[in-house]
Design a protein around this ligand. Structure first.
Ligand SMILES: [Zn+2]
Length: 405
């Protein structure tokens, strides 16, 4: 064999990837050509229309009317299948009478039934007056999340490859949130018993204002809640969203919160968590507590530049996972003592893998090493004694390698 051919053959047949430096630059996202655009005027018009309803309390006829109007907006996006999903709210604390209600579920079918879901809640609530009649514009809480979901859907549908994304994307305008997360609960149960594999839920609730009631502002961060320590799937989803969007949107970054939600508060990610799915919540950094659930939750207090940035973070992360293959299984460390770390996993033909690492004391990923089409990788000069590792299909949420000693 001539030398050049021999060399090529050695390079091609090495089979396992290696990486030289622990400080290799991040290779986080395959979505280099995806540049989502957010039309702030269109977003503002959407919020203006719906916040002018006297209320969107889930018990009222206005809620049904609002849901139908939102369904029409989703139907305007080519490629989406739009459903008004009916479910029943039972008489209880904030429900005077058992009633069938609806929420909006829009699906962008992919090549597989692995599914990623983004949503916000359409219903609103006034805690100060008669909840059935008192004005509840619910502009920021949570038309901000609904309009972000609609506009992310528009961007993802427009960027869809001819053969479709590898995974299915679902966009939801939840209802029944203010009564006790009932719409999300109904949908989570449907996924629990259905055939689709729900891989991740991006809940966006109250993401459209950058100011606190005391006048402070923070336009540079958005909080991402991801459960308490007992639910690693949600945590890994949050860590990956942070990683894959890091430094990708000028002027904003994700501030990961390793908690389910704020004290005494909840959101539509939680019913999905309860059913065992990975689910996280985006929320602005500084809430204006004086406006929430009052007639003062108005469009005037919103910051559409900030909202568009939060939507962009969602769009980039969703686009990345939309194109990802199935996560690897059977991940193991080679346990022998070494300055390097060797990991093996069960790979699938044609799938490229990426190895992620962080110091054991670091909450977020510090680097990613492309491993290629292989089931084995050695990270040079990264000692498993000092670092935590995970492996993912390219663009997919990585799976942590458990010590397994
Ligand atoms: Zn809310």
């Amino acid at each position: 064999m001539p030398f050049a051919a021999l060399l090529l053959s050695v390079l091609l047949s090495s089979g396992t990837g290696t990486a030289e430096s622990p400080l290799m630059p991040a290779q986080s996202s395959p979505s280099k050509t995806f540049a989502p655009k957010f039309d702030q005027k269109r977003m503002r018009d959407f919020v203006a229309h719906l916040s002018a309803f006297p209320t969107r309390n889930t018990n009222t006829p206005e809620l049904i009317e609002a849901a139908k109007w939102v369904a029409e907006r989703f139907k305007e996006i080519p490629g989406l299948e739009v459903e008004l999903m009916a479910y029943t709210i039972q008489e209880g604390r904030r429900i005077p009478k058992t009633k069938e209600v609806v929420q909006v579920v829009a699906t962008l079918k992919g090549q597989s039934n692995r599914t990623y879901l983004m949503g916000g809640h359409l219903d609103s609530y006034n805690l100060q007056g008669d909840p059935m009649t008192a004005k509840a514009p619910g502009a920021n809480d949570d038309l901000s999340g609904v309009v972000a979901t609609l506009e992310v859907a528009r961007n993802l549908a427009a960027a869809k490859p001819a053969e479709g994304y590898k995974n299915t994307l679902v966009f939801v305008a939840f209802t029944g949130e203010e009564q006790g997360l009932f719409g999300a609960t109904a949908l989570a149960k449907r996924y629990k018993t259905g055939t689709a594999s729900l891989e991740g839920v991006f809940n966006n609730d109250t993401i459209g204002s950058s100011s606190a009631s005391d006048g402070r502002t923070d336009r540079k961060r958005v909080r991402l809640y991801s459960e308490d320590t007992d639910h690693p799937k949600s945590r890994e989803l949050a860590r990956f969203i942070e990683w894959t969007t890091r430094k990708k949107v000028a002027g904003i970054s994700i501030w990961p919160m390793f908690r389910r939600d704020r004290f005494g508060r909840g959101g539509d990610h939680t019913p999905f968590h309860r059913e065992g799915f990975a689910a996280v919540r985006f929320i602005e950094t500084l809430e204006d507590f004086t406006r929430q659930h009052t007639d003062r939750d108005l469009i005037e207090a919103m910051d559409f530049g900030y909202l568009a940035n939060v939507a962009k973070l969602n769009a980039l992360a969703l686009h990345t996972v939309a194109n990802s293959d199935e996560a690897p299984t059977e991940l193991k460390y080679d346990l022998k003592q070494s300055y390097d770390t060797t990991i093996t996993w069960k790979s699938k033909p044609g799938v490229k893998y990426v190895v992620y690492y962080r110091a054991t004391s670091s909450p977020v990923w510090e680097g990613a090493l492309p491993a290629g089409e292989t089931g084995k990788f050695t990270a040079k000069n990264l000692n498993k004694d000092d670092y935590t590792f995970a492996v993912g299909a390219e663009g997919g949420v990585p799976v942590p390698v458990e010590p397994g000693v």
